[in-house]
Design a protein around this ligand. Structure first.
Ligand code: IVH
Length: 672
């Protein structure tokens, strides 16, 4: 008996502690402990409950992982009907609403409203008895909904019991369940990887998750809630105003919208609408308007309801972002880096106030996943400033002979091969140095400081030279005359001469620089250096096969494939040859074996915020022969620590591993 009481107390205190951290993490967005420490607590409680099932309670945080599946949901009759909202679609309709409110209340002053986003999710009713979550129900038809308590319990932002004190004995909280965009994207990404179709939008995903009979599936879905109101309130009171009442809900651990504001009069409401519309795309959840409510609860009561909607609230909707139109053709656009993007040509249609006649289809995977075909009737969507996209086809309107869309084999700009590597979503033109679409980018890269370092040949000059058709490939640069340079805008004779001198000077380069300047995909400075050191000549690299290329330390199958594809294009070979004919040359390289590289056998770990991307530093270290590992151990030689380094730094210090800041790293590299 003693033992059991002791365990009961332990379980209780674990539960309290876990719920406390849950709230810090999910509701307050301000965690105190690490994820690992949290998991540890949860596992302890799980173990205890597994051993002594009589300790298990319905409000135990372990229940959030999902209970046993149900056969069907039972019905819930809402004690207070769940209403819907009237809509306003423009400023005038909102002003009409405000006028009606003032007339009914016989007010001459401005009305006090509260405003918050209209979330695009599902309405939910949460019933708390003595602070304990006893039931979660969907809206259904407003009178009768479905009991989805099991699934509701798995949502981390919903408290299983209220915190603090002073809550009514029975309290029915209302809110919107939704799936944050980030979670939705991850979920769909995973579905796609498993060959499944995924959800059309976060709202559908949230609805589908909540209607899962198996709570374990719901538990794995990233759902969240914002509470926006209440239904039944018994044995206690909320505030005098809606706003005050919402603050009480927040005190009891329920999540309310951080956007909730008190406003007076319609001009403030209008400003709020405009501001939120601007920020709409940046929010991590879908919204489709603003909900305004008369703040004073007595006034609300006075105003009452008409049929299914209250007179004291309105949803001022944002303009629709989706419209229906028809695909009239498909083009493939070649981007500056050679990526081919399928673009649908559309019958022009107004979407959220803008005429749309093209929409991106992103890539071939997207086309296949959404099964979009020629001549389809499609839903197009534009959000903010982003390029309009095709959301889906309307299958019922598909012509019987609608043809499938396929990727062209040759680049529509330069007829080089189009390459799509396994596992990559994007297909690319492999005509890098030659392709007109990539011309400017290729030449700018070629001239840049870490490549051929042609001083004075900036981006604007390259634009001019290409636009005037004076050059087509980097090799043409070396055939330009003083007169041709001097004829360009903002180019005095002196600078034209300087440029000619710089070009002359750049003819003598190094093999790593030359290789880098070719702009082969995935071949950065460090890889170019490794390749040059390993193979010693451009001919040897050109002739190397997959296997031989991969013997170079940081060359994997993908990089190797890019190198091979590059040198397979006759046009690219012509440009390389033309460059050499124009006098570009480099001193011969003595081939270094891997075991002679200066950092061979040294092991590095990178941590904290560094001034350059980690991948870049990693590549640089690897090209010098170093190993770069993910975690610190006794075998680590150096930890490179940037700002805000955490546990890895502590571990390195404990193990006596040498710690380098970026400056020290630079110094170390300079001595090699
Ligand atoms: S208040 C009686 N506030 O919109 C008023 N509803 O069109 C009840 N909704 O079923 C609703 N965000 O699911 C309110 N901030 C918000 C909301 C919101 C989304 C949904 C709710 C309701 C529907 C009505």
């Amino acid at each position: 008996m003693m033992l059991s009481a002791e365990y009961r107390a332990t379980a209780e205190s674990l539960r309290k502690e876990i719920e406390y951290h849950n709230r810090r993490y999910y509701t307050l967005d301000d965690p105190e402990i690490t994820d690992a420490a949290y998991d540890q607590l949860l596992r302890e409680l799980q173990a205890l409950e597994a051993q002594y099932p009589e300790l298990l309670t319905t409000d135990s945080p372990t229940q959030r992982v999902g209970a046993e599946p149900l056969d069907a949901f039972s019905e819930v009759v809402h004690p207070v009907p769940m209403l819907s909202l009237d809509n306003a679609f423009d400023q005038q309709e909102f002003a009409d609403f405000d006028r009606r409110v003032r007339e009914r209340l016989e007010l001459t002053d401005e009305v006090h409203y509260i405003a918050e986003p209209k979330l695009d999710g599902l309405a939910i009713s949460l019933l708390y008895e003595d602070g304990l979550l006893v039931r979660g129900a969907t809206r259904g038809d407003g009178k009768v909904g479905e009991d989805v308590t099991q699934n509701i319990r798995t949502i981390p932002t919903i408290p299983l019991h209220l915190t603090g004190s002073g809550y009514p004995k029975r309290l029915e909280v209302r809110g919107e369940i939704f799936m944050p965009k980030a979670g939705f994207n991850r979920l769909n990404e995973r579905a796609r990887q498993q060959g499944e179709k995924g959800f059309a939008n976060p709202r559908n995903a949230a609805a589908g998750s909540l209607r899962q009979l198996n709570p374990k599936i719901a538990a794995a879905r990233p759902l969240a809630i914002y509470c926006y109101g209440f239904g039944l309130v018994e044995g206690g009171q909320l505030g005098k105003s809606h706003y005050e009442s919402m603050q009480l809900l927040a005190q009891w651990g329920l999540r309310i919208s951080p956007e909730l504001k008190q406003l007076s009069g319609i001009s403030a409401c209008h400003d709020y609408y405009q501001q939120l519309a601007k920020r709409r795309d940046g929010l991590d959840y879908d919204i489709d308007g603003v909900v305004y409510k008369v703040d004073d609860l007595q006034q609300q009561q006075h105003l009452g309801f008409v049929s299914r909607a209250p007179r004291w609230a309105i949803a001022w909707k944002f303009p629709a972002q989706e419209e229906t139109t028809r695909i009239v053709g498909i083009d493939f656009q070649v981007g500056r880096t050679g990526a081919l993007t399928p673009v649908a040509r559309l019958e022009p249609v107004q979407v959220a106030g803008v005429m749309v006649s093209n929409a991106t289809l992103h890539n071939m995977d997207e086309i296949q996943r959404k099964d979009i075909r020629f001549d389809d009737t499609v839903i197009v969507r534009r959000a903010g400033d982003v390029i309009p996209e095709v959301v889906r086809s309307v299958l019922s309107k598909r012509p019987a002979d609608a043809k499938k869309i396929s990727m062209p084999a040759l680049c529509p700009e330069c007829q080089s091969e189009v390459i799509r590597l396994e596992g990559e979503a994007v297909a690319r033109c492999s005509g890098g140095l030659f392709c007109p679409a990539q011309r400017k980018e290729a030449i700018k890269h070629f001239a840049s400081r870490k490549a051929m370092d042609i001083e004075g040949l900036g981006n604007k000059l390259v634009d001019q030279l290409v636009d005037k058709s004076l050059i087509h490939t980097p090799a043409d640069l070396f055939n330009l005359s003083l007169d041709q340079f001097a004829g360009l805008e903002r180019m005095a004779e002196k600078s034209a001469q300087n440029l000619l001198d710089a070009l002359e000077k750049s003819r003598l380069t190094t093999l790593p620089r030359f290789l880098f300047s070719l702009g082969i995909r995935e071949v950065g400075e460090a890889t170019a250096r490794s390749l040059a050191l390993h193979f010693g000549s451009i001919e040897a690299i050109r002739e190397a096969d997959q296997e031989r290329l991969q013997t170079v330390s940081d060359v994997g199958p993908i990089v190797a494939e890019h190198i091979i594809a590059f040198f397979r294009q006759p046009h690219n070979l012509e440009v390389v040859k033309a460059l050499q004919n124009a006098g570009v040359h480099w001193p011969a390289i003595e081939q270094a074996a891997a075991d002679q590289l200066p950092l061979t056998d040294k092991s590095f770990v990178l941590t904290g915020t560094l001034s350059r991307p980690r991948s870049v530093i990693k590549e640089q270290l690897q090209s010098l022969g170093a190993k770069v590992a993910g975690s610190v151990s006794k075998k680590t030689d150096y930890l490179v620590a940037g700002a805000d380094a955490g546990s890895k730094l502590a571990k390195a210090e404990k193990l006596g591993v040498e710690v380098l800041d970026e400056e020290k790293l630079e110094r170390l590299l300079a001595t090699l």
